[in-house]
Design a protein around this ligand. Sequence first.
Ligand SMILES: Cc1ncc(COP(=O)(O)O)c(C=O)c1O
Length: 326
Amino acid sequence: MTRVEINAHDSTGDTVDLPPSDQYTDFVREHPSLLAIGNTPLVQLDLPIDIGDARVSAKYEHLNPGGSIKDRPVLRMLVEAILAGDLTPDQTILDATSGNAGIAYAMIGAVLGYKVELVMPENASEERKKRLRAHGAEIVFTDPMLGYDESLHEVKRRYEADPDKYFWCDQYSNQNNPLAHYETTAEEILSQAADLTHFVAGVGTGGTISGVGKRLKEHNPNIKVIGINPPVWPGVEGLKHLGEGHIVPETYHEEHVDRMIDIDVDASYEMSREMSDKGLFAGQSSGSYVWAAYHVAGEARSGHVVTIFNDIGERYFSTGMWDTGR
Ligand SMILES: Cc1ncc(COP(=O)(O)O)c(C=O)c1O
């Protein structure tokens, strides 16, 4: 059972006391729309690819209310900051984001009544920018040719210029990010796929793979955790390249990852289109995850490979990724 699922009623319907330490659960329950975050389905995929007796399943994180997996860590980081007194009502929530975390900040910030300011590369998709503005967030753009790393530098510059104004959430170092996945995403996967043998995910902040990987390996050290590494250019929206000279986020804990697979961006695109042909509609990085998950399943020929649909396909209309000419 995940923390936000904890029911304040016992089987007779009487209210029972929550543990006094469980302020987080109490706080979330005071804002009912936040209870829609998490508890997503795990769905077996049946793409026409030869993987022997292996199976591949995807956790439908695109069904979160913000349309992506980032609702989970952002909720956790903001609520813990409020409870710790690090985020006060007069402050503005500040962070660098490729877009999905930004939408979660903007949406959850609006629920909780906070101003939100986000730094991102200018080539983030139009749909993301529109959604951010719909929730009233302010956007600061950085040069897309300089990648996410420039957004990370710019957010630091802004914070240092006026530290009292901002709560810099810093999803790239905030350990409540992987914790959210350790306590919710991983727990849900274990209850939905007790037989899983492999977990495949990429690294944006590394929160997903580190938090889920840690919990899965505690449960069964034989479960293989496999990361994916996109090239620097053209990259995959939402994912970082990890290589010499590139920033490694503090939220990425490589000790929970068994190996990395280099991703072929064209093959990932092709995979996203094959998925949409079969009625599966998730974004670009999900195509990379599924490509890698099938690659791993094809090697293993047996077992159960679990991966993630990170965000909704609609978020990429303006990028042209769905323009197949049909
Ligand atoms: C589309 C997309 N895919 C994958 C990821 C990677 O998730 P994580 O930050 O947990 O590594 C992100 C996160 O930013 C994302 O926006």
